[in-house]
Design a protein around this ligand. Structure first.
Ligand code: AR6
Length: 178
């Protein structure tokens, strides 16, 4: 576990399975149709049960770079925040859309007065975002949010492999103080 304090809150990195997180909300790497899929999305729906998919169906969809919130079903987390990263294309807009996916999720967490939220590495699985660049965008987006007026006390990235964790550790170490 690695941690850094940012404006009184904690930004933490850990290795594990996000479905077991005890945060108030876990973030899902969803698709625009909110229909479920593989990766972390599949794992969250399997662990959380059908109520989450029913809520997604009622919402109907979520454009790339935005996020929606549902109940957490059978998960320990009270909520799931479904955020949609871009499919990596190599174009300049990818970075902006990935940043927006993180900031939309964080805004929803604040709107629901949540204190703790856990993220996976959005976009770096099926959607192909190179993890070196994605990890910097992810941590910068969270750090920027924590420096605003926020109720969040802890944001945790739950990384799924030692390799991913070490990339995020490097990005955290090089995160500027302001
Ligand atoms: N806990 C934490 N991280 C996980 C877990 C888990 N249980 N399982 C996988 N990861 P991906 P994307 C990591 O593909 O790239 C889905 O089909 C994984 O190793 O889940 O945003 C959706 O329905 C990787 O580092 O999300 C969409 O269609 C990271 O989570 C599409 O994939 C993200 O990989 C979204 O693709």
């Amino acid at each position: 576990m690695t941690e850094r304090r940012i404006a009184g809150a904690r930004l933490r990195l850990e290795l594990g399975d996000i479905t077991r997180s005890e945060a108030d909300a876990i973030v899902n790497a969803a698709n625009e149709a909110l229909v479920g899929g593989g990766g972390v999305d599949g794992a969250i729906h399997r662990a959380g049960g059908p109520a989450i998919m029913e809520a997604c169906r009622r919402i109907g969809g979520c454009p790339t770079g935005s996020a929606v919130i549902t109940e957490g079903g059978a998960l320990h987390a009270r909520y799931v925040i479904h955020a949609v990263a871009p499919r990596y294309s190599g174009r300049a807009q990818d970075a902006m859309l990935l940043h927006q996916a993180y900031s939309s999720a964080l805004r929803l967490a604040d709107e629901h007065a949540l204190r703790t939220v856990a993220f996976p590495s959005l976009g770096t699985g099926a959607y192909g975002y190179p993890i070196g660049e994605a990890s910097q965008i992810a941590l910068q987006s969270v750090a920027r949010h924590l420096r605003t007026r926020t109720r969040l006390e802890r944001v945790t990235f739950v990384l799924f492999s030692e390799g991913d964790l070490s990339v995020y550790r490097e990005a955290l170490a090089s995160l500027a103080n302001r």
